[in-house]
Each structure stands twice: as structure tokens, then as C-alpha cells.
Design a protein around this ligand. Structure first.
Ligand code: PEP
Ligand code: MN
Length: 264
């Protein structure tokens, strides 16, 4: 179902009432790694909207490497995201980490994110295939492109054609960056599938210094969208501060992005 041999024209995935991923404009989703408080997510939503983002991101259920790290505000976080959407009009994407909470997350969110660590959790993929909301499917950190497409197939074969693929860096021998962002995945996926492709330079590099150049390169290489971590006060973030852009840096990046593509 995901193959470009089956469907030749590029797919467009609608999110909320206003956003289309895979159209002529690059869709920018931005916001903090984690929802931390109502004030934090509302302020983030206002700032990223002002800079030109058309979708909000924020995690309420956090799949942390350590069980002792902040695990997210769960349903309270979803309510805060919904409030930020009501105030700004930005639809939001948020992660769902297990099949039991898919219905709950789908009640609030405009788009459900499957994280890198869950990208071959087949029970979860099948469940989101039945949820009726579009899915942002991240590539696993040790996943081949073929396996990535098979994970998309799990969702689509349950009846959900609204799948957007997200490259977020893979694990290599290189340690200078958190992961190695595989930008060649963009043209490869464009050849193999009709599904839209979004790039996550924040998890892809793990360092805010490298985020803007990777955004420009991704758009130049044909990405349909970007998902970028932005925090009003990265030093105090409960997760992923070192890779989060300050709002001013994000706004400057959005300005320059317009040189490379029509960006939303
Ligand atoms: C995230 O988006 O905050 C996240 C946990 O991403 P990934 O699953 O790509 O690590
Ligand atoms: Mn993160």
C-alpha cells in the first residue's frame, strides 16, 4: 500500500482542518520535547506560531531511556496541548507509546506520533491503524528503509492511509552527533513510496547548533516537512534541552528557510 508502484502520485495527508502534509508548502511542526506545564506549552505554541510554524509538537507520554527520567504529564499534558491548540489554532502531534492509550491520545490529538523506540511495536502499529487520525511514523534508530516501509504497511493495512514518514537519525559509529541524520533517506523514500517525508533534525543531531543547517538541507533535498524542538528556556527543559532551539533562533531559521522553499 505504501509503494509508489501501487500508487504513482504523491499522497497528501490532512491534519486538523488547516494543514496538508505533502502539498506544495513545507509544513513545520515545532514545540518542546515534553509538555511541562500549561504556561510552558501555551507560550511555546504562541512563539512557534509567530515564527511561522503551522503545527505544534509536545510529548505527554515520554518513552525515556532511563525509567528514572521524567515520564511526561500523561492525560494532563494532552489537556494542556488541547488548550494551546484552542488558543492558537495550531493542530498538534503527540506521541503514543502503547496500544492501551491509543484511544485516549486520539481523543485529544490531531496527529499521533509513533516514536523511534516503538517503530516495530507491531501491536501498537495495528492499533493506530484503526484510530482514524493521521500518524507520524518515526524511523527506528537501527531500521533499514525497507523495514521502515513495512512498519508503514502495518498501519495502512488496518485501513489508515494517513501515514507520514519521519527520518530522525540512525545509530552509526559516529559519536560527534547524537544520531546520524540520514538525509539520503529523502530521495530514496521519494522513489519507493508516495507517502510524505518529514525530517527531525533535533533528534537527528542532538545539538541545537546543527539543527538549522540540517533544516535547510532537508528542504533542499525535497522534504515535505520538518519537526523541530523549540523551548522557551532550553536550559531548564525536562528533556532534550541541548537540542532545543531558543525561540529567537527558531524564528531566524524560519526566515532563512524561505530562501530554500515556501515554508509554513
Ligand atoms: C520525540 O519526538 O521527543 C522523541 C522521543 O523522538 P524519537 O522517538 O525520534 O526519539
Ligand atoms: Mn525529544
Amino acid at each position: 500500500l505504501a509503494s509508489s508502484e501501487v500508487k504513482h502520485e504523491p499522497s497528501q495527508v490532512k491534519v486538523g482542518d488547516s494543514v496538508v502534509i505533502g502539498g506544495s508548502r513545507v509544513v513545520v511542526m515545532a514545540g518542546p520535547c515534553s509538555v511541562e506545564s500549561e504556561e510552558q506549552i501555551i507560550e511555546s505554541a504562541r512563539l512557534v506560531k509567530e515564527a511561522g510554524a503551522t503545527m505544534l509538537r509536545g510529548g505527554a507520554f515520554k518513552p525515556r531511556t532511563s525509567p528514572y527520567s521524567f515520564q511526561g504529564l500523561e492525560e494532563e499534558g494532552l489537556k494542556m496541548l488541547a488548550k494551546a491548540r484552542d488558543l492558537t489554532g495550531l493542530p498538534f502531534v503527540t506521541e503514543v507509546i502503547n496500544p492501551e492509550t491509543v484511544d485516549l491520545v486520539a481523543d485529544y490529538a490531531d496527529m499521533l506520533q509513533i516514536g523511534a523506540r516503538n517503530s516495530q511495536n507491531f501491536a501498537l502499529l495495528k492499533k493506530v491503524g484503526q484510530c482514524g487520525k493521521p500518524i507520524l511514523l518515526k524511523r527506528g534508530m537501527a531500521m533499514t528503509i525497507q523495514e521502515f516501509l513495512m512498519s508503514a504497511e502495518y498501519i495502512m493495512s488496518e485501513g489508515n492511509q494517513g501515514v507520514v514518514l519521519c527520518e530522525r537519525g540512525i545509530r552509526t559509529f559516529e559519536t560527534a552527533t547524537r544520531n546520524t541524520l540520514d538525509l539520503s533517506a529523502i530521495p530514496v523514500l521519494k522513489l519507493k513510496t508516495h507517502l510524505p517525508v518529514v525530517i527531525d533534525p533535533s533528534h537527528g543531531t542532538g545539538n541545537y547548533h546543527y539543527v538549522a543547517p540540517m533544516c535547510y538541507a532537508a528542504v533542499a533535498a525535497g522534504a515535505d516537512g520538518l519537526i523541530v524542538e523549540v523551548h522557551p528556556d532550553p536550559e531548564r527543559a525536562s528533556s532534550d534541552g541541548p537540542q532545543s532551539l531558543k525561540p529567537k533562533k527558531f524564528a531566524a531559521m524560519m526566515q532563512k528557510l524561505r530562501l530554500f522553499a515556501e515554508a509554513d
